[in-house]
Design a protein around this ligand. Structure first.
Ligand SMILES: C[S@@+](CC[C@H](N)C(=O)[O-])C[C@H]1O[C@@H](n2cnc3c(N)ncnc32)[C@H](O)[C@@H]1O
Length: 221
């Protein structure tokens, strides 16, 4: 596993600046999580979050959502400081079935207990991995996401804008678009609902290599 050089704990401080790009992105992500939970069938719900960071998106919604008691969630995050914040947040809101795992979110084995899940959160990943790995990760969502489940994702709209291609990759794999943010907005947020039948989760597989956007944009030697 490649460890990205950026301080991903410090990265989260922009969330605390009202009106910042990240704060607005969070609003959009939380809205899509809310929409998915509102529409979910009655009964237990499974949620997984890859590269979950401090879990502000899903924990922020579950804190007050009427389905909060139905949800079992697993958040996978590499940085123990971020995982610690996520655990504290979950505890503050008495979300005792929100589990935060410190580990490499690329490893399918982390998701075995909850896949296929009703909600898959892939935020802050697609801008930090190669385009090939974006497509590969979308391929793996057909194992991670239940029929009728939703994938909520983000991808910055930097040029060349990968979002249209990314939406095509979801469509080709049996997803229908629920919502995608306006192309004029600098952040890209989307939600896709899976209409297919999930494939069994491949054990021991690595889904992506988290390179980091800084390294990705470095000119090749
Ligand atoms: C751009 S941030 C997104 C965090 C969160 N999903 C959000 O949107 O607020 C990327 C996160 O991925 C984490 N990360 C990097 N490589 C990882 C890996 N291999 N496995 C799990 N998490 C990783 C970083 O520590 C960081 O918290």
């Amino acid at each position: 596993m490649l460890v990205s050089e950026r301080d991903w704990y410090a990265w989260h401080t922009e969330y605390d600046q009202p009106g910042s790009r990240l704060a607005r992105r969070l609003d959009a992500v939380q809205e899509q999580i809310r929409v998915a939970l509102d529409a979910a069938a009655p009964g237990p719900l499974r949620v997984i979050s890859l590269c979950a960071g401090q879990g502000r998106d899903v924990i922020g919604v579950l804190a007050t959502h009427p389905r909060r008691r139905d949800v079992t969630a697993r958040l996978v995050e590499l940085d123990p400081r971020n995982a610690g914040v996520a655990r504290e947040l979950a505890a503050q809101h008495a979300l005792d079935r929100v589990e935060v795992v410190v580990g490499d979110a690329a490893l399918t084995d982390h998701y075995a207990p909850l896949a296929p899940a009703d909600l898959v959160i892939a935020c802050g990943i697609f801008g930090n991995i190669s385009d090939t790995d974006v497509e590969r990760t979308i391929e793996f969502t057909t194992q991670l996401c239940a029929e009728g489940g939703t994938v909520v994702w983000t991808r910055a709209r930097r040029e060349p804008d990968l979002v249209p291609q990314l939406c095509d990759w979801f469509t080709e794999r049996g997803f229908e678009q629920v919502w995608v943010s306006d192309p004029e907005v600098s952040f890209g947020v989307g939600a896709h609902r899976f209409t297919g039948t999930p494939s069994p989760l491949q054990p021991g597989a690595t889904i992506f290599t988290f390179i980091g956007s800084d390294r990705l944009s470095e000119p090749a030697n």
